[in-house]
Structure formats: structure tokens, C-alpha cells
Design a protein around this ligand. Structure first.
Ligand code: DP6
Length: 359
């Protein structure tokens, strides 16, 4: 497997104008991606649940134009022109141009909206970059109608990765592995693949209630955080640990051992934040209420024996994970005891989903 497979040969078709719409979800990592080489090549493999409700909906309209040396596009969020998003898209287009050589032949209008509030602390880069990658692949499929669905999805994930690493895990569901792991067949640093082994019923329809602890802009972006893993004193041990955790997770996912699942997932979340706290410069993204929630979850789990757990992404919000069959008492607990720690009492009920959809 290498990048060359995504450089197209001559296209058999032409198309002048058109438009495609896709919705693409966010995802939540169980084993975390934290640390990368150039172009979002990950330092360790990661695995995530694809989500269902938190998603970006993007419409890409295109019209042929005379080739010039620049990209030509406008971008709108919720019908409002967003010129401040342009540099990020420009960088993305530059990175993927060799794989989509038609990019400069068109003027694009990108219209995008998120199902979750913009100021929710939920990153829209995974859902946003994957939705745009899907739209671009729909255009490429028009130019090359023989393209197979598996190539379409692989290349969409590959392109999404070049926009934002974790975006490559949003194309499909329900469990996605990204990054080479010696015991996971087909796993690669280039794009996400569907987890290829047996998964116990307890992990189907897993619930993720996202507690919005802090809806503000993060003080440290993920990209800066990833880069602080270069020369990090614990980096090599951490990368090794991610391989081991994924190895263990293969057994756990198969035999339905929820307690071991909880240990791996919570340790991964806290290790991610420990890496941030031990970087130079160091930083903390958790808030006091993040810790309040974690302690409440542990107490409730001890008292009830219910398999509730948490994970964190690069922010203060808490993802509460639990099997669907225990949803009633756990939701009750969340409403009665955890929502008080959320900013303005806001939380989002989500669950495992199955990836991007064409609209
Ligand atoms: C903590 O994918 O947002 O959510 O590749 O620089 O765009 P870039 O970073 P991003 O990093 C996400 C990191 C994480 C863990 C994870 O999703 O695996």
C-alpha cells in the first residue's frame, strides 16, 4: 500500500457543473491518536467509534473554468461567508492536488453546517474534512465512473486524513482503525479501515452522551499538541502503550469483557491528558468540572456495578460511554447528577453510527 495508488490515471469522462451533498459524522477515539509525522501520518495506531448524531452536512457545487494557477472557491458556514476558513481549505487543496488533479479546473462553492452548535467545544474538523472529502470523491467518481465503492471510501479516508488526522476515521463505521498495527490485517497509516474482527453484542449500539463542560475555544489546538509529542520525554513509551492497548482491545471486543474495556478506554483518556500536562510547554485542557464528573462516574460505577465509563478528547468535555441495554438508569444518573456540571446544562445524546451518507 502506498500513496501512488491514489494518483489517478487519465479520466474517462468530463463534467462541467454539478453539486454533491454529504453528511459525515464525528468520531470518538478509544485508543488515541496523539503525535504525528508530516501530513498526519500517525505515530501510533488508534481506534474509534463513529458517531451518529454529531455531524457536518456539506454541499459542494462546482463549475468548470479556465485553468489558472490558483484554487478558486468560496466557503459558507450556516449560509454565512467564512473567508477566515479559506487558508485551512487552501492548505488542504494544496496537499491533495496531486491526488485530485482536476481541482484547479473548477470554481467551488462549499456550503457547510453542523448538527452540533459551533460553540460546543466539539471539534468539527473530523466531520467537516471528511464531508468535504466525500463530496470531492463524488466528483471524481463522475470523472471515473468505473471506480469501486471500496476505492471510493479508501481514497475519501486518505484525503480526509490530509485535512485532519482523525477525519479519516469518519468515512465509515462503526469501529474504525487507523494506523499500522501488526495484529490488525489491512491497517495502515494512510487511511482508516473498518475494524476487521469479531465484536461482541455488548459493544453494538454503544451510547455516547457528550457532556459540554466548556464550550469555549481551546487554548491549544490539536495540531500544536501533536507537535509537542516531538521530543516529549515519554513519547516512545506512549506510542508503544497504544500498540499494546489496541492488542488487548482485540480480545476485549471479541469476548465482551466490559471491565477491561473500561480500564483501557479510561486509561487512554487520562494518558492523553497526561501527555499534554508533561509536554514542554505544558498545558491543561481539563476543567474542574471535568474532574468532578469523572469522580462522580467512578462513584456511581462502584455503587451500582453498571458499566459506565468516560473518555475525553482534546478538550474539557466528557464523553460518557455505556452499553445500550443499561441506558435507562445511566441516563437518569446523568440527568440527576452530571448535567449540573455542564455549561448551561448542555449535553448531547449520541451513539455509535455507520459513517458518511450521500444526501
Ligand atoms: C485528541 O485529528 O484533530 O481527538 O491531525 O492535527 O487535525 P490534526 O488533529 P486531530 O487530533 C485529534 C486528537 C484526539 C484523539 C483522537 O481523535 O484520536
Amino acid at each position: 500500500m502506498n500513496e501512488q495508488q491514489f494518483i489517478p490515471k487519465k479520466y474517462s469522462n468530463t463534467i462541467d457543473t454539478g453539486k454533491f451533498s454529504w453528511s459525515s459524522p464525528s468520531n470518538i477515539a478509544l485508543v488515541k491518536y496523539w503525535g504525528k509525522k508530516q501530513d498526519q501520518l500517525p505515530e501510533n495506531p488508534s481506534i474509534s467509534f463513529t458517531l451518529e448524531n454529531c455531524k457536518t452536512i456539506t454541499t459542494l457545487s462546482f463549475s468548470n473554468r479556465n485553468l489558472t494557477s490558483d484554487f478558486s472557491f468560496d466557503i459558507y458556514l450556516d449560509n454565512e461567508k467564512k473567508d477566515d476558513f479559506k487558508p485551512k481549505i487552501e492548505t488542504f487543496f494544496k496537499r491533495i492536488e496531486v491526488y485530485l488533479p482536476f481541482l484547479k479546473n473548477y470554481h467551488f462553492v462549499i456550503e457547510t453546517t453542523n448538527t452540533f452548535p459551533h460553540s460546543s467545544g466539539i471539534a468539527s474538523s473530523a466531520s467537516g474534512m471528511s464531508a468535504l472529502a466525500m463530496c470531492l470523491m463524488s466528483l471524481e467518481k463522475q470523472l471515473n465512473p468505473e471506480m469501486t465503492t471500496s476505492y471510493f471510501n479508501q481514497k475519501a479516508s486518505f484525503l480526509a486524513r490530509l485535512g485532519s488526522g482523525s477525519a479519516c476515521r469518519s468515512v465509515e463505521g462503526d469501529l474504525i482503525v487507523w494506523g499500522h498495527h501488526e495484529n490488525i490485517e489491512g491497517s495502515t497509516n494512510l487511511y482508516g479501515i473498518k475494524y476487521p474482527y469479531e465484536v461482541h453484542d455488548i459493544f453494538k449500539n454503544y451510547q455516547d452522551t457528550i457532556l459540554l463542560v466548556d464550550k469555549g475555544e481551546k487554548q491549544v489546538s490539536s495540531t500544536v499538541g501533536h507537535n509537542l509529542m516531538h521530543n516529549h520525554p515519554f513519547a516512545s513509551e506512549r506510542f508503544k502503550q497504544a500498540h499494546e492497548n489496541l492488542d488487548e482491545l482485540i480480545q476485549v471486543l471479541k469476548n465482551g469483557d466490559v471491565n477491561s474495556f473500561i480500564n483501557i478506554v479510561e486509561s487512554e483518556a487520562l494518558t492523553l491528558h497526561a501527555m499534554m500536562m508533561t509536554s514542554l510547554p505544558y498545558f491543561i485542557l481539563m476543567k474542574p468540572n471535568t474532574l468532578e464528573i469523572i469522580n462522580k462516574i467512578w462513584k456511581f460505577r462502584n455503587n451500582t456495578g453498571l458499566p459506565i465509563s468516560f473518555t475525553l478528547d482534546a478538550g474539557a468535555n466528557v464523553h460518557v460511554l455505556y452499553p445500550e441495554k443499561h441506558a435507562a438508569p445511566i441516563l437518569e444518573f446523568i440527568k440527576n447528577e452530571l448535567v449540573a456540571y455542564c455549561q448551561n446544562g448542555h449535553y448531547i445524546c449520541d451513539k455509535i453510527g455507520f459513517g458518511a451518507k450521500q444526501l
